[in-house]
Design a protein around this ligand. Structure first.
Ligand code: ADP
Ligand code: NA
Length: 330
């Protein structure tokens, strides 16, 4: 059976990139797949320092964001990673399958570790192996993610294949990435060459899902653009990264394509475009943000979803890890 697994880190605030690149696509897929959505709190501690109370808050916020965006907790499993020990157990087995050379090629580690690589945690280095275990401990077949996760998906497939061939079994599937929508890589609103990210602390760079209407509008007003009007074709956006990003976000929010947005706005300046953009963004994101706030005020409901989700997740993961350990000889 086809099974989706995907996750979001509880680090900082849930943002528009997480929504358009990942969560919104999950909402569309949830009816057609057996779906598991994880708040990956074990990934969240790979970059210190971290504050335990903030980690707990952010874990609930991400779960609330999934529910508020339309993930149905009765149909899907929503849980936090650390509640299912099999993720860590399979990571150790995979640590003894995956090769240092594979991890050395990972661009996300290089970006996140920065210049002082010697000081990065072993956990940050091992992040892609944990991610492989996340999906494979459920024998996940499809992984809906943003474009930034492509390389990690390749390592996941290599690891599954290496395990299978090392032990002469056909045990783990080779999961397929699902990267789709008009905004698979949402860029910072202040720098069209940088990905919108929870770790980007520069002002106005990111729209958070819990931003108020006036904050959303202000960030869009302040978004970097260029002095040229909106062109007629996508080719003309090739060397205008900021313009391209705004158009792609607009298309994704509207549920259309870049070409359709260009058709509507060709010849107009970004001043006009931003007004429509702000209206659309507030209309689409506003209700989700309010519902997230409602859900995080009283934590009982979200905690109950996470608890039930963890129980259901363990029911799937436990037999898989048991069998994997037997294959290894434990
Ligand atoms: P972040 O990079 O903000 O810490 P995560 O690593 O938790 O986010 O990613 C959660 C999901 O959101 C992943 O599927 C990832 O591909 C997607 N995602 C994160 N940032 C973006 C972005 N700027 N554009 C599109 N998708 C994104
Ligand atoms: Na990411």
């Amino acid at each position: 059976m086809n099974r989706i697994f995907s996750g979001v880190q509880p680090t900082g605030n849930l943002h528009l990139g997480n929504y358009l690149g990942a969560i919104r696509n999950w909402v569309q897929l949830q009816r057609d797949y057996n779906s598991i959505f994880c708040v990956v709190d074990m990934h969240a501690i790979t970059i210190p320092p971290h504050d335990p109370a903030e980690l707990r808050r952010a874990t609930r916020e991400v779960a609330a964001g999934m529910i508020a965006s339309g993930i149905d907790p009765d149909e899907c499993i929503i849980f936090n990673q650390s509640a299912v020990p099999a993720h860590a157990e399979l990571t150790w087995i995979f640590n003894c399958v995956a090769r240092i050379g594979w991890l050395n090629r990972m661009t996300q580690f290089k970006e996140k570790a920065g210049k002082n690589r010697e000081n990065a945690t072993v956990g940050l280095y091992d992040y892609p192996v944990l991610m492989a275990a996340d999906v494979l401990v459920y024998k996940g077949t499809h992984v809906p993610v943003g474009d930034d996760q492509k390389q990690h998906l390749e390592l996941m497939r290599d690891t599954a294949q290496a395990f299978n061939s090392m032990y002469g079994v056909d045990f783990f599937p080779l999961p397929e990435p699902m990267i789709f929508g008009a905004a698979t890589r949402v860029m910072s609103l202040r720098d069209g060459t940088k990905k919108m990210s929870k770790s980007d602390t520069s002002e106005y760079s990111r729209i958070n899902m819990t931003d108020e209407a006036d904050e959303i509008a202000q960030k869009i007003r302040k978004a970097k653009t260029d002095p040229h009007p909106i062109p007629e074709t996508a080719e003309e956006l090739a060397d205008r990264p900021e313009a391209r990003n705004l158009i792609a976000i607009y298309a994704a929010l509207e549920g259309s394509e870049t070409d359709a947005v260009l058709k509507n706005f060709a010849g107009k300046g970004f001043g006009d475009f931003k007004k429509s953009f702000a209206e659309l963004a507030v209309e689409t994101l506003g209700p989700i943000g309010s519902e997230m706030k409602r859900l995080t005020e009283d934590t009982t409901a979200v905690d109950a979803v996470l608890k039930k989700g963890a129980e259901r997740a363990r029911e799937i993961a436990d037999p898989v890890i048991r069998e994997a350990k037997e294959i290894v000889g434990f």
